[in-house]
Design a protein around this ligand. Structure first.
Ligand code: SAH
Ligand code: SF4
Length: 338
């Protein structure tokens, strides 16, 4: 939904300005799923809107509900026929939406399902922000009590390789007049496109930045996150130091623990040492994620807890991220849109 173009259309049609306000309320407050549900609007305007301004830039192809977690995943069909996935989840409290920013991903991390797909294209800003609008409509339709309070850019794709649309989508999602999710409740996760950290600190200083590290050894990280060949660990250290100096914000390091790959005591030590090389590293918080593998297998909880304990022993602030919906392949790294 590009509300600015609807507003322009109303103006060009010489309709009174309050019509734009009514449309805005219908879309973002009442979260109507069809223009016909916008009862305050006159019939002829509804017809015009139906013809020219689809509420969403995609249609729902399939929705799946987790049996064990409060999580749902939607497969969405874009106008060109390509498909993406988006997730709604609740860890207790309000809802979090996980959005995709690209179809497929060119980075190709070793354990990521999206990375195994071929990169098809970037999403437009509308296709990104519409994922939040889609879930807003869903929450309304299903009469769910809690509101959507958080948005994470952790679905399919690398947000910082689709920088312009990502920034525009964040602005749309956080616009208090529209989707109204506070910037501080929005998180961008990146595999480490270090040359965009500076821009991010300027353009969206309030948004949370999460860096997917997974290894603090260049040779090993080259294999897990191939982008490391372009932006290595030293480059990332410098970029994070500058980012923290510019924003004064806490930053997050994501570390997916894969048993037998990056879970040994030496990995803990190396990670601790790498973090100590960041200035103001008291602002660095580590999120550990158990790796989701094929057939619903995950890294054992015990392994992840041991890793956390090791980091705590080095005075590093750490938590274990809950990953919801692996029974419907909605958990971290499982989105693929087959
Ligand atoms: N491209 C961005 C954002 C999407 S991935 C990035 O890589 O950060 C979101 C998070 O899920 C990343 O931290 C990613 O490393 C992690 N992830 C990928 N595959 C996973 C898997 N199989 N199990 C657990 N986490 C995974
Ligand atoms: Fe792309 Fe992120 Fe998956 Fe890596 S983890 S392949 S960057 S989506």
């Amino acid at each position: 939904m590009n509300f600015d173009s609807v507003k322009q259309f109303i103006k060009d049609s010489n309709l009174p300005a309050y019509r734009a306000a009514q449309v805005k309320d219908a879309v973002y407050k009442n979260a109507v799923s069809a223009w016909d549900e916008a009862t305050t609007l006159p019939a002829d305007l509804k017809e015009k809107l139906k013809k020219n301004f689809p509420l969403l830039t995609f249609t729902l192809n399939k929705i799946q509900h987790s049996k064990k977690d409060r999580a749902a995943k939607a497969l969405l069909k874009l106008e060109d026929g390509l498909k993406i996935e988006t997730v709604l989840m609740n860890m207790g409290g309000s809802w979090t939406v996980c959005v995709s920013t690209q179809i497929g991903c060119a980075v190709g991390c070793s354990f990521c399902f999206t990375g195994r797909m071929k990169f098809k294209r970037d999403l437009t800003w509308e296709e990104i922000s519409d994922q939040v609008l889609f879930w807003l409509q869903y929450v309304k339709k299903e009469n769910l009590a809690e509101r959507i309070s958080n948005v994470v850019f952790m679905g399919m794709g690398e947000p910082l390789l689709n920088y312009v649309s990502t920034v525009k989508a964040v602005k749309e999602i956080s616009n208090p007049d529209r989707l109204a999710v506070g910037m501080r409740h929005i998180s961008i996760s990146t595999s480490g496109v270090a040359d965009k950290f500076h821009n991010l600190a300027v353009d969206l200083p309030q948004v949370n930045l999460a860096l997917s590290l997974h290894s603090a050894d260049d040779e090993e990280r080259n294999k897990i996150v191939p982008l490391n060949r372009k932006f290595n660990l030293e480059t990332l250290q410098k970029a994070l130091t500058e980012y923290i100096a510019m924003t004064g914000r806490q930053v997050f390091i994501e570390y997916t623990v894969v048993d037998g790959v990056n879970d040994r005591p030496e990995h803990i030590r190396r990670l601790g040492k790498w973090i100590s090389g960041i200035k103001d590293n008291y602002l660095v918080h580590v999120n550990l994620i158990a790796c989701n593998k094929a057939r619903g297998e995950v890294t054992p909880e015990k392994t992840v807890k041991l890793f956390a304990k090791g980091l705590q022993g080095m005075n590093i602030s750490v938590s274990i991220r809950k990953s919801l919906g692996n029974d419907i392949s909605a958990a971290c790294g499982q989105l693929a849109a087959k």
